[in-house]
Ligand binder design. Sequence first.
Ligand code: OKP
Ligand code: ZN
Length: 342
Amino acid sequence: METIYSEKHKLRDAQTELYGGQLVYPHERPSRAEYVLNRVKDSELGAVTSPEDFGMDPILAVHQPDFVSFLQTVWDEWKAAGMKGEAIPTTWPARRMVQKCPNFIDGKLGYYSLACETSISEGTWEAAYASAQVALTGAKRLNDGAKGVFSLCRPPGHHATTDLYGGFCFLNNAGIAAQETLNNGAKRVAIVDVDFHHGNGSQDMFYQRDDVLFISLHGDPMEAFPHFLGHADEKGEGAGEGFNFNYPLQPGTPFSAWREALADALNKVKEFGAEALIISLGVDTFENDPISFFKLASDDFITYGEDIAKLGLPTHFVMEGGYDVDEIGINTVNVLQGFEGG
Ligand code: OKP
Ligand code: ZN
């Protein structure tokens, strides 16, 4: 399987994440992608290719233009305002307040964010743009007939909505790829999000649409980030009703229960008649992940890669989370090798 990878991910190297009341070095750090890349190379998975540049149009196909402009200028605005550290929001348009974008950068940060752990630093936009181009290149490979392709995206994307960043995400790589796959001629595309965290951004992006089926398996939002979306009763809206499914799972969930949920999800993908499948591939379901609470072992990742392959659909794996850096490469490549063998 071909891997699409851009070195530009390294431009995203924030020094702070607000975690447990302290500013720590971010869990979402450059070494993550390097661990995965090294494992891809060591295991001889296939060629590693740089992305093409598809420009801004496919990004603007799913993100609001004012939000994208904000991402492009936020760091300069923050510095121009004389701020000393990295850009962190401190106030939000909460319940009963006015949803109107302020002029001052503190207000803009709150207006365009869904969480505040994700500090913005120099190079963040350039890396997020490159990450989206990686996913777009993956979409092109699928359109050119590949059975499977791996977009080694970093930063991740599934928490980013049309107009909100947060949860380490800025542009929704899987969502951008899904729309591109439709534009390439597919009638129905499914996104199955196996990251430990609910893919709130992807859900929100396609919630009213029947051409993208979104399904997520994740830690119950009552217990886990992003906390405010991802419940089982969120089924889609309007034309999108019946095209969204969530499997919130409890702390300590073992692979057996997780795999049953995946089997259910893959059945729904089949019934939907998807012509292409996007897997939002987070490996933070791993038992030793530092910020998650499922109990998958490394071999389980091979097994579920095989399960996905049995659908027989052209499949685009888009990297999301996974934070136990020693194991992230092994578990990611296990899924891809399981898929190829299954
Ligand atoms: C991004 B991805 C923990 C707060 C959670 C944000 C997690 C973002 C995960 N106390 N912090 O889905 O892996
Ligand atoms: Zn995650």
